[in-house]
Design a protein around this ligand. Structure first.
Ligand code: C2E
Ligand code: CA
Ligand code: CA
Length: 767
């Protein structure tokens, strides 16, 4: 508002003093605004706004001294041009920086600009500069200089217009900037036309466009949307655009128009028009070529994106699938040459992701990809086909193929440094191979699926293993599917039972608790060991239902035993829970309901879970564990010592005890190492206030060794396998024969139950 009032005052020309004051207000105000506005709003890039401030200053000086300079003799007449022309150059630099920040400087945009500039230049030269130069009474270059300004405006306008090509929204700052440049063009054109008539300065009214331009520049920099000027909403595309065409078309007809319009058909004119026309044709050709090139590049880029993984730049599943297909077609049968497909899956990747964050996970994948790439023969394709899965195709004989497996393993031998962290990781590798003998069943898809099956086998054997696919795995897959179906019926037809194995106090030999173990008696196939159907149930999503059934049955049994005096009040029943069950946020509530319904106190129930639950577990699992502990249940770590060596989770999670895995117990009395491990576990558990149960105690020797190192509770065939509830009650009744004998002897004798059943089952399960 102040700017407009000042402009009005200036143009009215009340008095010289008022005019100077008004002018100073606009000029100094704009320079100050250009300096302070962008700083205040944090507009980027900083250097650009410094340039614009300098430009405003240069224009201001130019306009101020012009009325005075034109009265001076030559060459001082040109004093104002000496600052104005640098002002244009500074403004142009400002736009270039802005365009760069918007990533809008592109070859075709520059070519378009040159085309328009050539046309504008031609018009300026023929209609303004030449006539102005011919004006008598002054050197020719004074006139030419005056006529040059519109050309400078053309350049500026072009840069601004380019700015608008990448705009999807029109912030106020952009509109005012555009208008300011247009007003400057109008002002300059007026002066240039004036120049043709031989004058260099006429009246203050001619300065109005400049003053308004100044005011608008101030508005541009003082409006908060100034920050948006350096941000393009999207990258410019080569798409057809009327905006672009509305500039290019007039430019292209200009040479023809000039030919027709310019009255004076001197040879010089015609040569100029022809030269400019020719230059424009050359530019158009270059532009066409550039457009085609850009098109091809864009196409290649999008093809690359469709077939490559963005994180590692490796081919994706689609591409390697096609490659394997090609190899199968192109590898002649005969000889020992085969097509090999390797599927690699990182072990514990989820763990890395969750403990260090996804960025580190990504970084690790990139690092692994680079290492793999360095061992895979350059001609062979390596692809990333999943979060932590890589697929690799190889053609050759078996020895070469197996050597490659060793080399891949070697990739994981040393730690990978990822963001100042050393990560040790291994990969499970599944390998499938085939010759193409025209068999339609041998497809890339089938090979990849076989490699996947083999990889799962390898994973089941432990981390860092590799397995070559054989057809028996298919049978196993089929068997698994059958087992799954049978398990569903088992659940509905009541083929499941719960067996109970006592947990004893090593000193007194009296049962302190029991573990509930599920049993499945298949009507045709006989007993099926839990080791073979629990994993299937987990994968098929049946574990929740089975777990609930087992828990329900065990709690009912416990309530009965507590009521009839079979067990004492401090006796606890231990139930196995799998990771999936603990990932169910409703579990604590469900368990609370069950306890209430059966009238069993929470302290009489223990839940056994593997270490992986806590190491891999989600935030839901963590919540569930804390809730269960809060309710008073005991939480035991099953198979302790077989999983991860990081023990931090023992402190982070509310566990109450550990069950030493039977593999350590088996070595007692024979292996010093196992004894040391058990000793260490006991020491650590004492320090953390955890209870210790030894699993798989089969001999007196083991029991004595355990007692010697301070283990207090044991479970194993020494005292008997898991038995049906009736049998359990018969032997372990709190006042029964076994208990009395144990109490009398202070030690416990072996239970006279046929242990064969339990033993057979376990053997079957482990094979
Ligand atoms: P686990 O939790 O480690 O259970 C102990 C296993 O060791 C049982 O095998 C038991 O019969 C066996 N065992 C007991 N004493 C001895 C011994 O002195 N020597 C040897 N070598 N083995 C002994 P089982 O019953 O075949 O169960 C195998 C696994 O199946 C269990 O291992 C547990 O992980 C899982 N499982 C069993 N019941 C359930 C259940 O209800 N829910 C879930 N989620 N898993 C269950
Ligand atoms: Ca267990
Ligand atoms: Ca166990």
């Amino acid at each position: 508002m102040a700017g407009i009032v000042a402009t009005a005052v200036y143009s009215a020309g009340f008095s010289p003093l008022l005019s100077v004051l008004a002018f100073a207000t606009v000029g100094v105000g704009t320079v100050a605004a250009c300096f302070a506005g962008p700083r205040r709003f944090g507009a980027e890039p900083r250097a650009a706004w410094v340039l614009l401030t300098a430009a405003a200053l240069a224009f201001l000086i130019g306009v101020v001294i012009r009325p005075w300079a034109v009265t001076l003799p030559l060459p001082f007449t040109l004093l104002s041009d000496l600052t104005t022309i640098p002002g244009y150059l500074l403004t142009a630099s400002f736009f270039v920086l802005l365009l760069r920040a918007r990533q809008s400087v592109q070859r075709h945009a520059v070519l378009d600009g040159l085309l328009v500039c050539l046309a504008g230049g031609l018009v300026c030269t023929l209609l303004l500069a030449v006539p102005a130069a011919l004006v008598g009474g002054r050197p020719a270059f004074v006139g030419v200089l005056a006529a040059a300004y519109p050309l400078l405006d053309v350049v500026l306008l072009l840069l601004v217009v380019n700015l608008t090509f990448t705009a999807t929204s029109w912030p106020l700052s952009l509109v005012t900037l555009l208008t300011a440049m247009a007003l400057m063009g109008v002002g300059d054109l007026t002066y240039a036309v004036l120049g043709v008539s031989g004058r260099l300065y006429a009246s203050p009214l001619l300065d109005v466009p400049f003053l308004l331009a100044f005011v608008l520049m101030g508005v541009t920099t003082l409006h908060p949307s100034v920050v948006e000027l350096s941000r393009a909403a999207r990258r410019p595309v080569q798409a057809w655009s009327w905006r672009r065409m509305s500039l290019l078309l007039p430019a292209m007809v200009t040479p023809f128009l000039m030919l027709v319009l310019v009255g004076d058909r001197s040879a010089g004119h015609r040569v100029t028009i022809a030269l400019v026309g020719a230059a424009m044709v050359v530019l158009l050709v270059i532009r066409a070529v550039s457009a085609v090139q850009a098109q091809v590049a864009a196409q290649l880029h999008s093809e690359h994106q469709a077939t490559h993984d963005p994180l590692t730049g490796l081919p994706n599943r689609r591409l390697i699938s096609a490659e394997i297909e090609r190899l199968l077609d192109g590898t002649p049968a005969g000889g020992d040459r085969r097509v090999w497909v390797y599927l690699l899956d990182l072990d514990g990747f989820k763990w890395v992701n969750e403990s260090w964050g996804h960025d580190t996970g990504d970084q690790l994948v990139i690092e692994v990809a680079a290492r793999l790439r360095s061992v895979v023969p350059p001609a062979r394709m390596l692809a990333r086909v999943g979060g932590d899965e890589f697929l690799l195709a190889y053609v050759g004989e078996q020895t070469g193929a197996l050597r490659l497996v060793d080399e891949i393993r070697g990739c994981f031998a040393g730690p990978l440094s990822v963001r100042d962290t050393e990560v040790v990781i291994s990969a499970s590798i599944g390998i499938a191979h085939a010759v193409s003998d025209g068999d339609p069943a041998v497809t890339a898809e089938a090979l990849m699926r076989d490699a996947d099956t083999a990889m799962y086998r390898a994973k089941a054997e432990g981390p860092g293993r590799s397995t070559v696919f054989d057809t028996s795995m298919h049978d196993r897959v089929r068997e698994r599917i059958e087992l799954e179906a049978a398990l569903r019926t088992a659940l509905t037809r009541g083929q499941l039972r719960v067996a109970y194995q006592p947990i004893l106090h090593l000193d007194t030999g009296r049962p302190v608790g029991a573990e509930a173990l599920v049993r499945w008696d298949h009507p045709d196939r006989g007993p099926i060991p839990p080791m073979s159907f629990i994993p299937v149930a987990e994968e098929a999503g049946l574990i929740g239902a089975i777990g609930t059934w087992v828990r329900e049955e065990a709690l009912r049994q416990l309530a009965e035993w507590r009521a009839d005096g079979t067990v004492t009040d401090d006796f606890y029943l231990s139930v196995n829970v799998s990771p999936r069950q603990l990932n169910d946020a409703d579990l604590p509530l469900v368990v609370a309901g069950e306890l209430l319904r059966h009238g069993v106190p929470a302290r009489a129930v223990a839940l056994e879970m593997t270490e992986s639950v806590m190491v891999d577990g989600s935030s839901v699992t963590t919540r569930v564990l804390f809730d269960l502990r809060e309710m008073g249940l005991r939480l035991l770590v099953d198979d302790f010592g077989t999983g991860f060596s990081a023990l931090g989770y023992l402190r982070r999670f509310p566990v109450t005890g550990v069950k030493i895995d039977r593999s350590f117990v088996a070595g007692l009395g024979q292996s010093m190492e196992d004894e040391e491990i058990v000793r260490a576990v006991v020491a650590m558990s004492h320090a953390l206030g955890l209870t210790v149960v030894a699993e798989g105690v089969e001999t007196r020797l083991q029991r004595d060794a355990l007692a010697a190192v301070g283990v207090t509770q044991g479970q194993g065939w020494l005292w008997g396998p898991a038995v049906p509830p009736g049998e359990f009650a018969g032997h372990w009744h709190a006042g029964g024969p076994a208990a009395r004998a144990a109490a009398a002897a202070g030690k416990n004798q072996r239970l006279a139950t046929p242990a064969g059943k339990g033993r057979n089952q376990l053997t079957a399960g482990n094979s």
